[in-house]
Design a protein around this ligand. Structure first.
Ligand code: R5P
Length: 271
């Protein structure tokens, strides 16, 4: 691996722990202004100090993130479809490498839709992105998207998707947690991070999922709604961070969540 690629990988995966806390804000690229992401700057700013990287589109990056924040960015570079359109899987590349480099990205991310009508197109998009990523020293995050078909998230399907991404040269894979998740991680020779999916019922559910994913071989998270749709997003992110980087148990993470939540409430009361 060349110096630039290694250096960027170290901006995504902390070399001290071998783990990654990525925070996803890219939902608006195909969804409506998602609940609690209606005004991106308001959601993103308080969380920036606790994320290793943020994942979003160039439009939200330029409009809603201060360049002096020193945020590490994984840029979403696929799109072209919407939740009300004919087929979410019909994605193309939306952003040039020239623009990604201008934005000083740590990496780029793209969805693949295995088993969909546009499987071939999205996989070739990924392969082309890897070709360019290798040329410029920019890691590629392959995202195993399921569109509206959330029920697809099982070990058999996800291990197929993750393995294909790895075979095509992606440097990190983002997928969903599922039963028998170890089957997914052991058959994927590149690091895996998990998305959170729609908001779970309790904080403990999120901590347990994160902990199990790490225990079964994930190197971290690239999570969105389960953090910033919570009433206490900073406390949520810091608690998840404690699982990923400090190996906290779900119970320890929950105690930490309550402590940070209390601190935050005191700060608000005294302001
Ligand atoms: C989905 O393809 C988007 O890229 C999201 O970034 C991803 O689903 C992670 O967000 P969440 O944890 O809200 O599912």
């Amino acid at each position: 691996m060349d110096w630039g690629m290694k250096s960027r990988m170290a901006r995504i995966i902390n070399p001290d722990t071998g783990k990654a806390v990525m925070l996803a804000f890219d939902h608006g690229y195909f969804l409506r202004p998602t609940h609690r992401l209606e005004e991106p700057r308001k959601t993103i700013e308080p969380l920036l100090p606790y994320a290793d990287t943020i994942m979003l589109t160039r439009g939200v990056l330029r409009s809603s993130v201060d360049p002096e924040s020193r945020a590490n960015v994984v840029l979403r570079v696929s799109g072209g479809t919407s939740i009300v359109g004919a087929d979410l899987s019909n994605e193309g590349l939306t952003t040039s490498f020239k623009d990604a480099i201008r934005l000083n990205v740590a990496g780029v991310g793209i969805s693949v839709f295995v088993g969909s009508e546009y499987e071939r197109q999205t996989l070739l998009n990924l392969a082309e992105l890897v070709n360019q990523g290798e040329e410029y020293g920019i890691p590629v995050l392959g995202i195993t998207a399921v569109g509206k078909e959330l029920e697809k998230r099982d070990a058999r399907y996800l291990s197929l998707c993750c393995r294909i991404c790895a075979e095509l040269g992606t440097h990190i894979v983002k997928t969903y947690f599922c039963e028998d998740f170890e089957k997914v991680t052991t058959s994927c020779p590149v690091p895996i991070v998990i998305a959170g999916g729609p908001k779970l019922e309790t904080e403990m559910d999120v901590f347990e999922m994160t902990h199990s994913a790490i225990e079964q071989g994930a190197i971290g998270v690239d999570m969105g709604r389960n953090i910033w749709q919570n009433d206490h997003p900073v406390a949520m992110l810091r608690a998840i961070r404690s699982i990923v980087h400090e190996n906290n148990s779900p119970k320890q993470a929950h105690d930490f969540f309550l402590t940070v939540r209390e601190e935050e409430s005191r700060k608000v009361a005294s302001a």
